[in-house]
Structures are given as structure tokens and as C-alpha cells.
Design a protein around this ligand. Structure first.
Ligand SMILES: Nc1ncnc2c1ncn2[C@@H]1O[C@H](COP(=O)(O)OP(=O)(O)O)[C@@H](O)[C@H]1O
Ligand SMILES: [Mg+2]
Length: 161
């Protein structure tokens, strides 16, 4: 992989102990279970950003229960974390609302936002990685669809910690 000027440190500091444990997991599939406000969305979005760095140039997807919910949760959290990493909206990254797609210029990252209310609509091209926010209020088909789609032949093996 080419050396990239990436703000790794900015997307991995100030973690709570259980978030750190989640990020360090080497499992192919891992989950963070906490109560309301326990930092699941924050940790999941940080993990998604790190996976977009590791798999730069390849798409990944983060699924929310619906696009309406995504707008007020994960989309806002992606912007907060990217902003706090020193990236500037439009100059360094952009969110295409129609395509539900983040493009992050410094490392050529592509993150698609998925909506779990229609699992069949999640079918499509191969992904390098996938994440699900609030998986237990979503159809099991969302999880199955994501497992089936994380199969990009160019994705580096191993987890991001
Ligand atoms: N490591 C962290 N650093 C800074 N703020 C955090 C961190 N983890 C969580 N937060 C903040 O705590 C609040 C609750 O986190 P959130 O991820 O929404 O929880 P959950 O999804 O488990 O309900 C949010 O305002 C979020 O920005
Ligand atoms: Mg949440």
C-alpha cells in the first residue's frame, strides 16, 4: 500500500476503554453492545473511517435503520469526526446526498450510507468492509446482505486496529 498522509491519530484517540477494545478486535465480525449513549455510533463511525483508510480506493458501507435516521445520526457523526480530524467539508471531503456517498480526498475514501429498511436494495457491487448501526432493530437480512457483500478481491486482508 502506498504511504499516505493520513490523520490516523485523529480518528483513534480519546476512546473509552470499551471502544478501544472494539477497535482492537481482530475478529472478522465484531460488535459493540452498550446502553443508550454508550458511544456505539461514535465508535462504529470511527471504525468505518479507519477501514476507509486501510481500504482506500475501495467502497465500504455503513447501514443505518433508515435514511431519515442516518441523516441525524451516522451522517452527522461522520462529519463531526472528519471535521475534528482537521478535514474541511467540500475541500477535503464531500457527502453526496442523492448517492448517499462520502468521498474523502486525502486517502481516496469511499463510504456509502445504506438504509436497512429495504435489505434487498442493499444488493449490488462488492464491498471492502461493512458496518451496521443499531443492528438489533434491523431485519436479519441486512446482516446477511452485508456478510455476503464484503468480498472485494482487492481488499487487504486483516482487520484495522
Ligand atoms: N470517544 C469519544 N470521544 C468523544 N465523544 C464521544 C466518544 N464516544 C462517544 N462520544 C459522544 O457521546 C455521545 C453518545 O455517543 P453515541 O455514539 O451517540 O452513543 P450510542 O450510539 O451508543 O447511543 C455522542 O455525543 C458522542 O459524540
Ligand atoms: Mg447510536
Amino acid at each position: 500500500m502506498a504511504t499516505l498522509e493520513i490523520p490516523y491519530h485523529c480518528v483513534s484517540n480519546r476512546m473509552l476503554p470499551h471502544q478501544r477494545q472494539f477497535h482492537r478486535s481482530q475478529a472478522a465480525v465484531n460488535a459493540l453492545v452498550t446502553g443508550y449513549g454508550g458511544g456505539k455510533t461514535h465508535a462504529g463511525v470511527q471504525q468505518a473511517i479507519k477501514l476507509s483508510i486501510v481500504n482506500h480506493g475501495l467502497p465500504g458501507m455503513y447501514v443505518s435503520p433508515s435514511y431519515r435516521i442516518a441523516k441525524r445520526t451516522i451522517v452527522m457523526t461522520f462529519m463531526e469526526i472528519l471535521d475534528s480530524a482537521g478535514l474541511r467539508y467540500k475541500r477535503d471531503y464531500f457527502y453526496n446526498k442523492n448517492e448517499h456517498e462520502f468521498r474523502i480526498k486525502p486517502w481516496n475514501g469511499t463510504i456509502w450510507i445504506g438504509s436497512g429498511d429495504d435489505p434487498d436494495a442493499l444488493r449490488g457491487p462488492n464491498l471492502a468492509w461493512a458496518g451496521i448501526d443499531e443492528p438489533f432493530i434491523q431485519d436479519r437480512g441486512v446482516y446477511e446482505q452485508m456478510l455476503a457483500r464484503v468480498r472485494h478481491p482487492q481488499a487487504p486482508s486483516g482487520n484495522c486496529t
